[in-house]
Design a protein around this ligand. Sequence first.
Ligand code: ASP
Ligand code: MG
Length: 588
Amino acid sequence: MTLLVQKFGGTSVGSVERIKAVARRIAANKNMGKELVIVVSAMGHTTDELTGLAQAISSNPPQREMDMLLATGEQVSIALLSIALNELGVQARSMTGSQVGIVTESSHGRARILEVRTERIKALVEEGQVVVVAGFQGTSLSSGGTAEITTLGRGGSDTSAVALATALNAEACEIYTDVPGVLTTDPRKVQEAQLMSTLSCDEMLELASLGAAVLHPRAVELARNYGVTLKVKSSWTDEPGTTLTSKSKRSQNRIGLELGRPVDGLELVDKQAVLGLSHIPDKPGVAADLFEKLSNQGVNVDLIIQATHEGNSNDITFTVDESELENARKICENVLQKIGGDLVSQSEMTKLSISGAGIMGRPGIAATLFDTLSRKGINLRLIATSEVKVSCVINSSLGAKGLRAVSEAFELDENQVKINPEVQGLGEPEVRGVALDQAQAQVSVRGVPDKPGTAAALCSALAEAGISLDGIVQSERQQKDGSRDISFTLKKNDRQQAGNALSPLLAKWPGSQIKDGPAITRVSAVGAGMPATPGTAARMFRSLANAKINIAMIATSEIRTSCVVAKADGLAALQAVHNCFELGAKEE
Ligand code: ASP
Ligand code: MG
C-alpha cells in the first residue's frame, strides 16, 4: 500500500464548508485504498488573530507563552477535520505535534525539527485510521527533561508535512493550497505567468521570494536533502499541480532531521580565466552588447559580476574556460575601442564552490568559507553567491590547498567533493522562472584592503549579526592606494543593523567608508539548464536594454542570473525578462 502525506493550508480549512470539502477529498482518496497522514494549518487568519490578541496585552510577550497560544490554532483545525471525516464514515484520529512525537529544538518560535517518532502514527495507520496531525508545532524536551510546546516559525506546517513524509518514507508529500502550483513568476505582476509542471528543489530555492510565497523554504530544503517527492496542488481542483524533484536521494541520518549538513557539496573547476573590464559607461545596452558578441563567437561565459562605481561607470568581470581566453580578450578589446575602458585578464584561475540547501538563511556559511581560505593565505579574486551555492575564484596554484581546507571545514567526505565535474543541466530549460525581490538595498564599502581576509571579515561581522548577503561583488578597479570596493545587496530591513555591525571593521581600515546605492530591486532568472546553454545572460541583458532599463549590478551563480535595477524599473524588468524567455502562456 502507498502512504501519502497531504497538507492543507489555512485557506483550505478556512471555514466549516471548506473543512467539509477537504474531508470529502480525503475520503475519496481513502476509498481508493491510500494510507493517509494529513497535516493541517490553523483556520484562515487564526495565527494572525491570536498574535493580535497577545499584542493587545503586551508588546513583548514571552516566547514560551506565544507558542502555547499559537499552537491552539492548529489544534482547532485537526479536531474539526477529524470530526468531519468521522461524519463521512472515515475513521480518523487527530494528534498534536507532541502526541505524534515531532521533537524539536527548544528555541521557542522558530524551532527546527530534530526527529519524528513514527510508532504511534504507524500503528494507527495500520488500523486503517486517517491520522490528522497539527502542523507548525512540536515538542522539545527542555534541559530539565520536561516537554514544552514549540512552534516552527510562520508558515511552518509545510515543514511539518515534509518531515513526516521523510520519517514515514511516504511515496510523496502533497501540499494543497489556494494556488494551482508554482508559477513562472508572480501572476499579480505578469499576467501571462503560467504553471510549471515540474522544477527542482534547487531551482525553487534560487527563486527566493517567488518560491517562498508558495512553500516554506525549510520544507523545500528537507525535500531536497532527503529526496522526498513534493507536490503543490490546488485544494479546489483535480489538476496535477507542480512536482518538485530532488536530484540525489541521500540517506542522511534522520536524527537531527533539520540540522543535517548545511553544505553537502564541494567543487573545484580549474583552467579558468578571469576578464575584468573597468571604467566602462553606465548605460543600458553595454552588458547586452558585450555578452552577445561573446556568445555569437561561441564563448561560454560562466560567472558574471558587475557593479557601478563612483556613480557613473561600471566594472564588469567574468570568467571563461582558459581555452577561450584569447578569443574573449579580442572581443573585449573591440568593444572597449568603441566605448572606452580598461581590460585586465588572468589565466590559471580555479573556481571553488560549496553547495547545499542550508546556505540560504545561514549567513555564517559563506563567512566560514571565506575565513577558511583566508587563513590559508588565499586571496579571493571573485566571489559569487546564491541561495544554494557560494563560489570563489582563486589562483590555481592554491586550488589543492583550498580544497583540502574547505572540505575539512565543512566535514565533507570524498563522495561529496568533485573535481572538474561535467556540465550539469543538459536538456533542462535555461530559464524556468523569474523572480522579483523588492525589499533589497545596495551598499558598497569603499576602500577596503586588497588582501586575504577582507571579504571574510566583512561577511563574518554581518553573519554574527544574523545578516545574509546576496551578490557580493568585489570591484575590479583599484584605488590609488591599492584598496578596492566591495558591493553587496541585502534585505532592506537589515540595512541599519549592517551599518552597526560593520563600524568596528571600518574603524580598522583607514579611509574606508559605507555608501548606499539608490533604491533598487532585483530580477533573477533561474533555470537548471543555464550552465549548459550559452548566451542566457546575454539574452537577459538584451531584453533589459530593449526596455531601456539600466543594470546597476549583475551577479550570477550556476543556475541563476540576477540583475539589480532601479526600483522604478522593477516591474518592467520582470515583464521583459519573463517575456524574453517565452515563459508566458501561449495564445490559443
Ligand atoms: N498557522 C501557521 C501560520 O500561519 C503555520 C502555517 O500556516 O503554516 O504561520
Ligand atoms: Mg503556508
